[in-house]
Ligand binder design. Structure first.
Ligand SMILES: [Zn+2]
Ligand SMILES: [Zn+2]
Length: 316
C-alpha cells in the first residue's frame, strides 16, 4: 500500500503516462480493477483481493507498481482501490476496440437514398473501425473512391448484437454527436477547445457530375476542427455547422420538414444548402438553408463563428 499520492491526483505528461502504462503488471492491475467492477455498484477492491486477482506473489513488487498508478489511474480509499476516471477511460478504450468478436462486415444493401443520384442502391460495409456508405448506382462524392458517400468512425463494439441497419444508425448517432460537440468547441475525446480552419475551393467547378477537378470532391468547402491537446481531427462539410442549429430546426419545423436529427435523411439534407464566399477580406461565408419559398441564411467568419442569422420569405 503506497503512501505517496493516495487519494489525490496530479497531472502527468504524455510520456510519463505512456511509460506508466507500458508495463504488464501495471496494465494487469487496471484490467483487474475493471473486471472486478460490477456497476452500478462501485465497491473498492481490497489490497489482498487485487493482488490475488492480478496473480503477483511478491508484495514488494506489487506495491511498487500499484504505487506508480495511484493518483493517476487508480485511486485508493479506506476500503481499497478503484479505477480513477482516467484509468476507466483507458480500459474502456481498449474494451471498445478489442473485446469483440466481429471486426468487419461485408457490404450489405441498406437502401437509404443516395444524395447524389437519389437511387436506393446504397450499401454499408465495415472495416478498420470505419463504416463506409456507398452508392452502387453512381460515382458518389469522392472521385478517388468511386461510389463513396460517407465514412463514419465506429469502434468495433458498435457492431456487437446489432443488425446492419442498427449499426448504420449507431454510426450516424455517434458522428452527429461528435460533430456537434466539436462545433460547440468541446473535443469529444478530451474536452479541450479545438482550433477551426475552413478549406474553401475558390475555383470550384461542379460540372454535370457535381465533381470538381480542383478539389476532387463535390463539396466546395470543408470545416476542419483540430484538437491541439489530443490531436483528434474532424473534417466535415461546412453545412454541418448549421444543420443542427436551433434556428434551422425551428425553420424546418415551421415549414413541415421531417426533423430526425440523428438520421441519414436529415444528415444528407445539408447537401441542399447553398454556400457562398461573400468576401475574402475579411473572410465571410454564407450558408443558406432552403424550405418552400423561404430561406434561412447564416453568415460566418473564418473560424466558423456565426455572425448573423436571417430569414427571408413567407412563413409556412
Ligand atoms: Zn448514387
Ligand atoms: Zn481532444
Amino acid at each position: 500500500m503506497s503512501e505517496e499520492g493516495s487519494g489525490s491526483s496530479s497531472s502527468l505528461l504524455p510520456e510519463e503516462a505512456f511509460s506508466l502504462l507500458g508495463n504488464e503488471t501495471r496494465f494487469n492491475i487496471l484490467r483487474a480493477l475493471w473486471e472486478l467492477l460490477d456497476p452500478p455498484e462501485s465497491r473498492p477492491i481490497s489490497y489482498s483481493n487485487l493482488m490475488g486477482y492480478v496473480g503477483v506473489r511478491d508484495s514488494g513488487n506489487f506495491n511498487y507498481h500499484l504505487g506508480k498508478l495511484e493518483g493517476h489511474f487508480v485511486e485508493s480509499t479506506d476500503d481499497g482501490y478503484v479505477l480513477s476516471d482516467a484509468g476507466e477511460q483507458i480500459v474502456q478504450t481498449v474494451v471498445a476496440g478489442t473485446a469483440v468478436e466481429q471486426t468487419s462486415m461485408d457490404p450489405v444493401h441498406i437502401g437509404v437514398i443516395c444524395p447524389v443520384c437519389h437511387g436506393t442502391g446504397t450499401t454499408i460495409r465495415y472495416d478498420d473501425e470505419t463504416l463506409t456508405v456507398q452508392c452502387t448506382e453512381c460515382d458518389g462524392i469522392y472521385p478517388s473512391r468511386p461510389g463513396k458517400l460517407a465514412e463514419f468512425h465506429l469502434p468495433p463494439a458498435g457492431l456487437a448484437g446489432r443488425d446492419p441497419v442498427s449499426v448504420f444508425e449507431s454510426a450516424i448517432t455517434r458522428v452527429t454527436l461528435e460533430t456537434r460537440s466539436m462545433i460547440a468547441g468541446v473535443c469529444p475525446r478530451c474536452a479541450s477547445e479545438p482550433t477551426v480552419e475552413v478549406d474553401w475551393c475558390r475555383e470550384h467547378e461542379g460540372g454535370d457530375s457535381g465533381l470538381c477537378d480542383k478539389c476532387d470532391t463535390t463539396m466546395q468547402s470543408i470545416s476542419m476542427y483540430l484538437c491541439q491537446t489530443c490531436k483528434h481531427i474532424w473534417r466535415f462539410p461546412i453545412w454541418c455547422n448549421v444543420l443542427w442549429h436551433p434556428a434551422t430546426i425551428a425553420f424546418f419545423d415551421n415549414h413541415g420538414v421531417d426533423i430526425e436529427p440523428l438520421s441519414w435523411n436529415y444528415y444528407v439534407r445539408g447537401r441542399e444548402f447553398d454556400q457562398e464566399l461573400l468576401s475574402e477580406d475579411p473572410p465571410r461565408l454564407a450558408i443558406t438553408v432552403p424550405a418552400d419559398d423561404a430561406t434561412l441564411q447564416f453568415t460566418f467568419d473564418e473560424s466558423m463563428t456565426i455572425l448573423s442569422v436571417e430569414r427571408d420569405g413567407p412563413d409556412a
